[in-house]
Design a protein. Sequence first.
Length: 256
Amino acid sequence: MVLFFIFLNLKFPFFKTIWLEVSSPILKGLKTVCLYLETTKEKYIALQQVKEENIRLKKEISTLKAELAACEEIKKANQRLEALLKFKKKIRYPTLGAKVIGYAPEFLPRMIFIDRGSKDGVGLNFPVVCKDGAVGQVVAVSPHYAKVLLLISNNSHVAVMSERTRTQGIFVGSKINQGEVLYISAEADVKKGDLFITSGMDGIFPKGFRVGQVISVFKSKVSLFQRIVIKTSVDFTKLEEVLVILKPPRALKDNA
């Protein structure tokens, strides 16, 4: 075939001109196609690099967000512990810090579990408090853990009194962050907004810890007592750290 074209070029010189005219556009087109393919290849490679870079950056952002969230959690924990430490200094009895490790039941807490036990000096009926007020009392102890009955349990009965009038009654839990003060006469001076604190008369809690504020008062013509509803000072759905007062309940009452 090559010899044939050489023969044509030698025998018919004008054929060379025709061949050049015909082949040049084809070669130009092939060059354009090759250049396009090369450019497309480079763009594809660049696009893949951008995708890989985006994936890497997204992973870095996720890592940084997780680290930021962890730092924020540490900051909040430090703030809570600092507030608890300040509160601890105000208590004249020896106390022990503890972390809340569980609720029972979770959807309607009546008990909490803490990471301190008999080896730490925790005993039955020891009062448990936090910076916002009274929390509950220890009802079961193992060497390293303890179970605490919360104020909002209907099995909990805490002696309380009005901070304003010193009228005394018994606080009984009813539901989350709420309870009632019982056995206060219909004639007693109790108002919405009054703060009730522990009276120290039950032999469990020392006097003066916040229990909650009155949100409603009901008086009946046929009852000797008022129905006083209290919103607790402690938010029992957000307990994370508490203080156990390391003093036998009777000793607390004797020293109150």
